[in-house]
Design a protein around this ligand. Structure first.
Ligand SMILES: [Zn+2]
Ligand SMILES: [Zn+2]
Ligand SMILES: [Zn+2]
Length: 263
């Protein structure tokens, strides 16, 4: 099983709409500073895309055998529309998601048209179900994350000979999730914010700040990387003090395009 990072930013990406900060301004001038919303491509005899952001056309060329959706938020679901008749016109592409999100897609336009036109084939999966691939499997589990639509949020255990736990969005590092991370070889985790004071309305969008998480997460036995970085996060700059602190703690930030060979 081969896992490739296809996006490392929070749902809005970098540059962020409406933001004039130096990082966003630079990304508007310099394509190498652009960061797409968090996504993975998993190759294990079949290829699955994990999460479908609005930047999906820059993140994959096409040619996936299915899509796994962790949840319904902006950086994770809307790109599914690119598989519809206006663009790829896919033929019953398997889409794995919670039963509630499957129902949401089936009953809400414009997503419902993808089902009616048979561009996608919904495959509801729940906690501790398994998505079997020729050379590995994906086991979803539930995590707590703001749930305005009642559609739930999944974390994923990607299992080859080694295991990678993927949790791009979570409200807090609860004991159950920490135990899963501890048992994995690699973890790619919600690193939206470095600290608690990055945006004025941070309480409305709860994510565990990375600085505090360093004391909470099992960094000794698991290779921990952070993803889903907000445009305000100093971890986007490899010369920042935050980046050095993270490295000193024995963790890191995923690189766009980084590859994990799970065997
Ligand atoms: Zn997100
Ligand atoms: Zn910005
Ligand atoms: Zn979210």
């Amino acid at each position: 099983m081969d896992v490739r990072v296809r996006g490392t930013a929070q749902d809005g990406g970098v540059p962020h709409l409406g933001c004039g900060c130096s990082r966003c301004a630079r990304a508007r001038e310099d394509p190498t500073a652009v960061r797409y919303p968090a996504a993975l491509r998993v190759d294990a005899g079949e290829s699955l895309l994990v999460d479908a952001s609005m930047d999906i056309r820059h993140q994959i060329v096409g040619g996936v055998d299915g899509v796994v959706l962790t949840h319904a938020h902006l950086g994770h679901l809307p790109g599914l529309l690119q598989f519809g008749r206006e663009v790829l016109d896919a033929d019953r592409l398997p889409v794995y998601c919670t039963p509630e999100l499957a129902e949401f897609v089936r009953t809400n336009q414009p997503f419902a048209a993808l089902v009616a036109d048979e561009n996608v084939s919904l495959r509801p999966v729940d906690a501790d179900a398994s998505i079997e691939l020729p050379e590995g499997e994906i086991r979803p589990f539930r995590v707590t994350h703001r749930d305005e639509f009642g559609t739930g949020t999944l974390g994923l255990e990607l299992r080859g000979r080694r295991t990678l736990v993927y949790v791009p969005d979570i409200d807090a590092w609860d004991d159950r999730t920490v135990a899963r991370i501890d048992a994995a070889d690699v973890a790619v985790l919600d690193g939206t914010f470095w600290a608690t004071d990055e945006i004025p309305r941070q309480a409305d969008v709860p994510h565990p700040p990375v600085r505090a998480a360093l004391d909470r997460l099992p960094l000794a036995g698991t290779d921990v990387y952070f993803t889903h970085l907000n445009h305000t996060n100093p971890l986007l700059d490899d010369g920042s003090a935050a980046y050095a602190t993270l490295a000193d703690a024995g963790a890191g930030v995923v690189d766009p395009g980084q590859r994990f060979d799970l065997g």
